[in-house]
Write a protein that binds this ligand. Sequence first.
Ligand SMILES: Cc1cc2nc3c(=O)[nH]c(=O)nc-3n(C[C@H](O)[C@H](O)[C@H](O)COP(=O)(O)O)c2cc1C
Length: 354
Amino acid sequence: MGGERKYDIGGVAVANPIWLAPLAGITTETYRSLHAQLGAALVHTEMVSAAGLSRENGKTARMIGGRCGVPIVLQIFGPDADTMARGAECALAMGRFDAIEINMACPMPKVAKKSGGASMLFFPDESCRTVADLKRFGLPVWAKIRKTEPGRHPLSTVDFCAALMDASADLIIVHGRTPAQRYEGASDREAVTSLAVKFPGLISASGDYYVPDDAKAYLDGGCVSVLAARGAMRDVFLIPKTLCALGFPANEKYLNMPVPDQINLLAETGREAVRNEGERFAVIMVRKLLSGMLKGISGVSRLREDCAFQKDWASLEKILTTFAEAGKKIPVSRSQSGLRPQPKINNALTSDIL
Ligand SMILES: Cc1cc2nc3c(=O)[nH]c(=O)nc-3n(C[C@H](O)[C@H](O)[C@H](O)COP(=O)(O)O)c2cc1C
């Protein structure tokens, strides 16, 4: 991808505005590499506990390790500015990152109960102190937030963003659901784009990006980038389809991939996951990826069922290669080619949609 046009977004040089979101338990080194290969111009680590980083154990180091040829953002969560700064310092000693992002968005009790994640929306002063403190590492500092709720949070989303920017945040990613919504209901796109208009060049979008037009609407509304999350889990090729639809350079081979090539991509990703994250994780990851691939291909439901019972990589790989051999005769359907919009899916965590 050398020599291509770069955009400066939030202090990071990127090739396009379509990025991979942080996804706990999913955006491992292998998953990040896969999406970088598919065209994401920037990837996130999954959220990492700042306190865990300070107590460094091998597991945390593995969560954030590895480069994949595109900028990588370290996302951390923690209860206060001091813990975050200590955690960031440890992470930066372990690896190279292009920005540090503070998770002010996670509503799950495991994170939010300890004043981290979306709980930070209740404490604007500490949130701002955290941003300001992290600037000492010389990297851009980003925050990922959710829409706040009037009457529940002390500041409106606009005022919370303004405060973070006064504290020198370089970029704010806004997920247009409130913490109370968790991952249910619609994400408020209008709330995100109205922030983008108020803070030009400083707002990225997250929420309900399932088809290229969703990303287009965010970008047309003034957002500087869009994060692929459940949409990319549902359709592994969402990012290259979006790049093509929006006129950014995209690798054509991912737009109309024959069945055996999709299986080879899957198997190669599985082998990389065995090396990076271990066999158990690789098997789970490949089964999840499979649910977002080969849509509309005959026999795929059966393939998914067969794969669901495999516990070791060798058996899973054998099933995949057998299917690929048979698939050499199967043409790619029009719905797979990216020429037609994909159906909008609201609950992307539900598994097989065939
Ligand atoms: C399984 C899963 C794990 C997630 N993990 C994180 C995380 O570690 N950090 C974070 O900021 N957001 C996390 N999110 C939220 C996503 O990054 C994204 O903001 C959210 O899913 C909204 O986008 P969507 O509606 O397009 O899925 C996670 C979401 C899901 C579904």
